[in-house]
Design a protein around this ligand. Structure first.
Ligand code: SAH
Length: 399
């Protein structure tokens, strides 16, 4: 295994278990590693620090283990087994599976597997590699999933073509790494808190479903009874289904993706709701809220895609959050609620709260913060890697 030696004094962050080695910290590389190779990282005095995937770029190594005996043929099986244990400990993956049978199994650094996402949909695992190392390890990851789930694993689908860095020699084509006998569908009906959703990993966005809003959807369910609800950026209608189930008077769902809106209609029908209580709008959510009549909605959900994908666009993103939230706060009925989110990793909680504060101030209404909202336990954050925290939200009461 190729050894990488850090410059003197640059081992500190690894000693505090931060799982990245930046290229500027590297003193010397003993050999010529290919991207995605597992390399050993050593302090300048030669002492072992960590193993990880080598990559070209500002993050040069993403750490797989700080334990010099951890790398064995069962590494992925063991790491996936630990990840599953955590999901079981928080009540996901219960034996009877009558309430929720979908969750995120692997959340990158949060599960000690940097660059890897695995979502579990009632027996189907959909993986996305975000690094060359994880992409090259996909067959081992698939074997690990088979070992961890046993007979209940129906399929493993690799959907890395949009996430793995494109490198010459990598064949970035999505497809099944494993299918059990008789398995043929590209979609699956899952249960989330007792609600049914169709998840299609080949046609859908990301791995097919936004599992990170599970708890926030349940919270909307707590407040939706009797209300006129507007679900902006609804995707396949997650929040809408919970609101309808909780007894919302009517729900309007809005997304610019026609494919997503077709799924909303299927999900509304699948859960047996009267179509008269729900309307689908394939439209631009920003235009929709700007043109909405004042006071029509007494619960509005605002869950846009990440406006800032990197730091360079942070300022513009904050302005976009501000404008969007100003429109929602302006339009919501007196005594109404706004559930507002940001899934941009580079926008932190404070910056987001400040954007929403500026939005409220620009509209001039009295606004209380009732709750601060987060990503759920299966989108786990490694305490030594705070960068893993990305979803934040506020529940506002608007007078
Ligand atoms: N709330 C959803 C997840 C939202 S993801 C859930 O619970 O599942 C963000 C969504 O915003 C995507 O479905 C995307 O199609 C949609 N989108 C992106 N830009 C949009 C725009 N300008 N207007 C409406 N929808 C948009």
């Amino acid at each position: 295994m190729i050894k990488i030696f850090l410059k003197k004094g640059r081992e500190e962050s690894l000693k505090r278990f931060h799982p990245w080695v930046f290229s500027g910290a590297i003193g010397q590389i003993a050999g010529n590693p290919a991207e995605g190779d597992v390399v050993g990282v050593y302090a300048s005095d030669g002492s072992f620090l960590a193993y990880g995937h080598y990559q070209i770029g500002s993050i040069a190594v993403r750490v797989l283990s700080f334990d010099d005996s951890a790398l064995n043929p069962h590494f992925y099986e063991q790491a996936l087994g630990r990840a599953l244990q955590v999901r079981r400990a928080v009540g996901l993956d219960a034996d009877d599976c009558t309430n929720t049978n979908c969750y995120r199994l692997v959340h990158g650094e949060g599960d000690g597997l940097p660059g890897l996402i695995v979502d579990y949909y009632a027996g189907v695992c959909v993986m996305q590699a975000h690094s060359v190392g994880m992409f090259r390890a996909k067959r081992q990851i698939c074997e690990g999933l088979k070992a961890v789930y046993g007979d209940r694993l129906k399929a493993v689908y690799d959907k890395s073509s949009g996430t793995a860095p494109f490198k010459a020699g990598l064949e970035l084509v999505d497809g099944y790494l494993y299918k059990s006998e008789g398995f043929s569908d590209d979609e699956q009906t899952v249960l989330e808190n007792g609600h049914k959703f169709i998840v299609n990993w080949t046609e859908g966005q990301k791995t097919g479903f936004f599992l990170d809003q599970r708890e926030n959807r349940a919270l909307v369910g707590r407040y939706a009874a009797g209300r006129n609800v507007l679900n902006l950026f609804c995707y396949t209608g997650g929040f809408s289904i919970y609101a309808l189930s909780a007894g919302a008077k009517h729900v309007d769902s809005v997304d610019s993706s026609a494919k997503a809106m077709m799924m909303v209609d299927r999900n509304v029908a699948l859960n047996g709701f009267d179509q008269s209580r729900h309307t689908s709008h394939c439209a631009d959510a920003i235009e929709f809220i700007k043109n909405a009549p004042e006071g029509k909605y007494d619960l509005i959900i605002v869950d846009p895609p990440a406006f800032a994908k990197h730091r360079g666009v942070l300022k513009n993103a904050l302005r976009a959050y501000q404008r969007l939230n100003a429109a929602a706060i302006a339009k919501v009925a007196k005594g109404g609620l706004v559930f507002t989110y940001s899934c941009s990793q580079v926008v932190d909680k404070e910056q987001f709260a400040l954007a929403v504060f500026s939005a409220a101030a620009s509209v001039g209404r009295s606004v209380r913060i009732l709750d601060r909202l987060n990503q759920p336990a299966d989108h786990s954050v490694n305490i030594y890697h705070p960068e893993g925290e990305y979803l934040k939200g506020l529940l506002l009461y608007v007078e």
